[in-house]
Unconditional design. Structure first.
Length: 245
């Protein structure tokens, strides 16, 4: 699929500023840990660097070679205000299909990036593409939320996740296609509200395990965060690690 046709899924990153900081700190800790377990830590990691490269930049600063795949040229332009193409090479393209040079110990998608692929088929292809980039024994790490469908009673269309004076956020779900939309109403200093939307496909942990199997990977670990807190029925998110055979 051409990059433009995906912009509906990739656009609208209203919430990203807050979470990028969290993702960056987490990947700094967790990514290093996974790399330490990896067969060839010198092979480094590959991921979607985003506009600020909050995951990629700190990893690179710690001496880990990193390469990225990013759909949005403006995101890459912002990354370039921080790091050069020599420090973090980035291929502009779709993470489901784009190949970057090299073989890696770690491929990662932090903070719900997998959801930017809005069909199951694209998410499956993304797992296959991750596997293509890994050395034998290499790992694919995904951080993503658990769908909040247990909070969606029959007949109700929306689940609020933040209601405050400054921001109202709620998700709407299509339970047939698993497409969802995060809606954000953010208060401006003049008291008016800016509306933003972010389209994504929600995906179950077990569904991701099956995608991994299709790509020749097995689940190695799953925690509810980067500290390895056990994943339980009440976990709101997970950090999962699959290992290629
Ligand atoms: C949550 S951010 C990246 C994670 C985080 N900022 C980091 O530092 O690692 C998600 C990024 O994925 C990009 N993106 C969305 N759809 C994509 C696709 N199909 N292929 C590649 N990148 C995509 C977006 O443009 C955005 O920059």
């Amino acid at each position: 699929m051409a990059p433009e046709s995906r912009s509906r899924c990739a656009g609208g990153h209203d919430e990203q500023r807050r979470v990028d900081r969290r993702a960056g700190a987490a990947l700094r800790r967790g990514g290093r840990d996974v790399l330490r377990r990896g067969p060839r830590a010198d092979r480094g990691g590959a991921g979607s660097p985003g506009r600020r490269g909050c995951g990629a930049v700190p990893l690179r600063a710690k001496g880990v070679p990193v390469a990225g795949i990013e759909l949005s040229p403006p995101m890459v332009a912002q990354l370039r205000t921080k790091v050069s193409v020599e420090e973090i090479p980035v291929a502009i393209g779709d993470m489901a299909t784009t190949r970057v040079e090299g073989a890696f110990s770690l491929v990662y998608l932090v903070y719900n990036t997998i959801g930017n692929l809005c069909t199951q088929e694209e998410q499956v292809e993304c797992f296959r593409n991750a596997a293509r980039h890994l050395v034998p024994g290499g790992r694919f790490v995904v951080e993503v939320g658990v769908p909040s469908l247990r909070r969606l009673p029959p007949g109700q269309a929306a689940v609020p996740f933040d209601v405050s004076d400054e921001h109202v956020g709620f998700d709407t779900y299509d339970v047939v296609t698993q497409e969802a939309v995060s809606h954000h109403l953010t208060r401006r200093p003049d008291g008016s509200y800016r509306r933003g939307t972010h389209h994504f496909r929600y995906v179950w942990p077990s569904e991701l395990d099956l995608m991994a199997r299709l790509a020749g990977m097995e689940l190695e670990s799953r925690g509810e965060d980067w500290r390895g807190t056990p994943f339980t029925a009440s976990s709101g998110a997970h950090v999962s690690v699959w290992r290629v055979g």
